[in-house]
Design a protein around this ligand. Structure first.
Ligand code: CDP
Length: 218
């Protein structure tokens, strides 16, 4: 059995849903690394900091305590307060990629991610898990889908939660984040050489989970 599974890919490719289902089926830990970046972005927002403002950043980062839990669902805590829902606000959607570009933030979160992901068998999802965070992962998956499909999924997800946001705005945010994430110098979004790419445009969640599950077992 493969113990450390890395799932990377752009926004809306289905990473979170697939990774959570897979982790449940395997009884592994699930780690949403995007939530860690979002929590740091929330901290920037709460403290009225604009990226790439980095004066005093090491001090600020040393004041951040992030904790996660994976029981009935994935939850995240910033300095002891649960922020699982707060990090999904549109303000944070807009702020997170500029914050995630900052080298000091990535260096800080790299250690946090490794410590959590290696604490037990895990499914870790993000943008640079197979390339930077867990280069020795036992299985690396790169999930993709066409941008319009990814934006539609994200739009429907928000709508189901009662958030009536304009589809065009969602598509714009998805494309903007794709651009920032894949062109940044530091740990850009890209497929690791040894990752298996799965295009989820025409696949159901369960079909994707099944495919990866078979790869974990064999
Ligand atoms: O919206 P979605 O769930 O696709 O994104 P996310 O996983 O919550 O990640 C939000 C943002 O955090 C990404 O757009 C990246 O800018 C950044 N991120 C990153 O740089 N590296 C990671 N391993 C995970 C997220």
């Amino acid at each position: 059995m493969k113990k450390h599974i890395a799932i990377d890919g752009p926004a809306g490719a289905g990473k979170s849903t697939v990774a959570q289902k897979l982790a449940r089926r395997l009884n592994y830990l699930y780690l949403d690394t995007g939530a860690l970046y979002r929590a740091v972005a929330l901290y920037f927002w709460q403290n009225h900091l604009q990226p790439p403002e980095i004066e005093g950043l090491p001090f600020l980062l040393s004041n951040i305590k992030l904790e996660v839990s994976w029981e009935e669902k994935f939850r995240i805590f910033l300095n002891g307060r649960e922020v699982t829902e707060d990090i999904r606000q549109p303000e944070i959607d807009a702020l997170v990629s500029p914050v995630a570009k900052i080298k000091e933030v990535r260096d800080y979160l790299r250690a946090v991610q490794r410590e959590i992901a290696l604490s037990r068998p895990s499914v870790t999802e993000g943008r640079d898990i197979g390339t930077v965070i867990l280069p020795d992962a036992d299985l690396k998956i790169f999930l993709t889908a066409r941008p319009e499909i990814r934006a539609y999924r994200r739009w429907r997800e928000r709508k189901d939660k009662g958030n009536n946001i304009d589809y065009k705005l969602v598509l714009k945010n998805v494309l903007m984040r794709d651009f920032i994430d894949s062109t940044r110098d530091n740990a850009p979004l890209r497929k690791a050489e040894d990752a298996i790419e799965i295009d989820t445009s025409c696949l159901s969640i369960d079909e994707v989970v099944e495919k990866i599950y078979e790869l974990v077992k064999n």
